[in-house]
Design a protein around this ligand. Structure first.
Ligand SMILES: C[S@@+](CC[C@H](N)C(=O)[O-])C[C@H]1O[C@@H](n2cnc3c(N)ncnc32)[C@H](O)[C@@H]1O
Length: 200
């Protein structure tokens, strides 16, 4: 894999490899929230870790973090960034929860959330493509995620006003989760949403 850039958050640095999602506004919105919280002793899953950005932030705040991605390039990239930042991160390849067998206090997912018509996607496109309507990948995730949450566990989810907000909220209700919007940010052509879904 080839390094194509570098981004920063507070005193942390992240290399970005080719075909791996470069942290953007959505990543930073989640990062600011995660950084404001204490994660000591918490079991955290960073779903779709990309460069390892969110998982590494939680790990530096004391979390016990597993980080997964379907893109093999992300696995290498996240491991490299964990090393760069002296963070403990258990990184492995998994399609959603396929390789997961434990329960977490928090599951983070800055999801692929944009609508896309075409079907054969590159790794780079898979990082943001949520399905024909934009919410398919999130709905697939939400169908499974509660099973991997401890009692009182939370999902921290990022999506967009272009993802079919109502369908996502209906799925959250159907799964018996309670949702709170933690932050909203208007960017050029969409509104980003940071949502917490709690299991009781
Ligand atoms: C929007 S990017 C977020 C990356 C990183 N968490 C961040 O905030 O910068 C979404 C990530 O989800 C990964 N992904 C897409 N589909 C997935 C799946 N089915 N299972 C696991 N990861 C997936 C992509 O490869 C990509 O790294």
């Amino acid at each position: 894999m080839v390094k194509i850039g570098k981004v920063f958050f507070k005193d942390l640095e992240f290399e970005v490899f080719n075909e791996v999602y470069e942290p953007r506004e959505d990543s930073y919105m989640a990062a600011e929230y995660l950084y404001s919280k204490e994660w000591s002793g918490k079991d955290v899953l960073d779903m779709g870790t990309g460069t390892g950005f969110l998982g590494i932030i939680c790990s530096k705040k004391g979390g016990n973090v597993d980080a997964v991605d379907v893109n093999p390039g992300s696995i290498k990239n996240a491991r490299k960034n964990a090393e760069l930042n002296n963070a403990k991160l258990n990184v492995f390849e998994s399609y959603l929860f396929d390789e997961i067998s434990k329960k977490y206090d928090a599951i983070l997912f800055n999801a692929p959330y944009l609508p896309v018509e075409k079907e054969n996607l590159s790794e780079e496109e898979k990082a943001w493509a949520g399905g024909k309507k934009g919410h398919e990948k999130i709905v697939e995730f939400l169908d499974l995620a509660p099973e991997y949450l401890k009692k009182k566990g939370v999902i921290i989810l990022v999506f967009s006003s272009l993802s079919g907000e109502d369908t996502i909220k209906d799925k959250i209700d159907e799964k018996g989760l309670e949702s709170t919007v933690l932050n909203e940010k208007k960017v050029e052509w969409e509104k980003l949403l940071l949502m917490k879904c709690s299991k009781f």
